[in-house]
Write a protein that binds this ligand. Structure first.
Ligand SMILES: NC(=O)c1ccc[n+]([C@@H]2O[C@H](COP(=O)([O-])OP(=O)(O)OC[C@H]3O[C@@H](n4cnc5c(N)ncnc54)[C@H](OP(=O)(O)O)[C@@H]3O)[C@@H](O)[C@H]2O)c1
Length: 281
């Protein structure tokens, strides 16, 4: 591995008492956009940040300059190849539309650990395009909340380096099969629908004459509390949670029954199936 000035290899040990005995890892990013920035923000704010450094590709220049200005441990490479040569764990974070073109231009040692966050690009394609052995490639679905270290990240297959990275910025959920990974990718596509439901409720309130500001000031904390409650309710499934928040014969129970009876549930399940079909090609 060609080291950049000031960098320390995995096997070297820092001469700083606070981290003596802890190997320092260099993460390299090809593609420095929205999700790379969120991961690097989360990493640098985490305990793992103390023993890690980052080298990013120059594109996007605005984002890479911003990261370099924010974190002394972030270096901007002059090329994608320099990222590969300077890192131990390579994170691929370009859009799938350009992935092949970008990856065929770099030479990656076959035993590099690669974490790909590129959507809709499977292990076989990644192995072909990078020349890296398929067992060294992990796919991950980080969400923007990794920046605040509150992101849940599906990874496949189970991998210590990827788990360590994403556990540092929330929780890594290891999938046992590609099918599981694809199914969680479908579930992650519900974020827009979550807000779409709130948007519908807010517009219903507004149609009754309420100001948009008041509708939002009520709905946002209500749904944040529900999310927090669910997160803290280990061992309670969603049926149990629905029961807990629905008085027998009460209004909550009525709304869900009407929603189901009028095809709301069926529409949602059909939408999930459609996305899964698309992901599976
Ligand atoms: N955003 C999310 O929440 C999220 C979550 C999970 C997974 N993902 C996946 O992560 C990938 C990146 O998404 P994103 O939202 O971060 O997209 P993005 O903001 O557009 O970032 C992509 C980055 O790749 C750079 N790039 C383009 N061509 C390049 C090249 N030849 N060499 C090096 N870098 C190049 C772009 O630079 P320019 O701006 O200069 O073109 C940009 O900085 C996608 O596959 C996406 O599906 C995204």
């Amino acid at each position: 591995m060609a080291l950049l000035m000031g960098e320390v290899s995995e096997n070297q040990v820092l001469n700083d008492e606070s981290v003596v005995g802890v190997a320092r890892v260099v993460y390299g990013f090809i593609g420095t956009g929205t999700i790379a920035e969120a991961i690097i923000d989360g990493l640098m704010a985490s305990a793992l940040g103390a023993t890690s450094s980052v080298i990013v590709s120059p594109r996007n220049e605005q984002v890479s300059s911003r990261l370099r200005a924010r974190y002394p441990k972030v270096t901007v490479a002059q090329s994608n190849q320099q990222v590969v040569d300077g890192c131990e764990i390579l994170v691929l974070a370009v859009r799938w539309q350009v992935a092949h073109e970008v990856l065929r231009e770099v030479l990656i040692p076959a035993n590099t650990t690669v974490i790909s966050v590129i959507a809709a690009t499977d292990h076989d394609a990644l192995a072909r395009w990078t020349g890296v052995r398929v067992e060294r490639i992990v796919r991950a679905i980080p969400l923007p909340f990794v920046a605040q270290r509150e992101g849940v990240t599906a990874i496949y297959p189970r991998d210590q380096a990827a788990s360590e990275l994403f556990d540092a910025m929330g929780t890594a959920v290891c999938c046992d099969s590609k099918a599981e990974f694809d199914q969680l990718a479908v579930a992650s596509a519900l974020m827009g629908t979550y807000f779409g439901v709130l948007e519908l409720v807010a517009s219903w309130l507004e149609a009754k004459g309420m100001s948009s500001a008041k509708a939002q000031s009520y709905l946002k904390p209500l749904f944040a509390s529900l999310g927090n409650f669910a997160r803290e309710s280990a061992g309670v499934g969603f049926t149990g949670l629905r029961g807990e928040f629905s008085t027998k014969g009460g209004l909550n129970e009525q709304v869900f029954r009407d929603f189901e009876n009028q095809g709301g549930g069926a529409a949602l399940l059909a939408a999930l199936d459609n996305v899964l079909n698309k992901i599976e090609g």
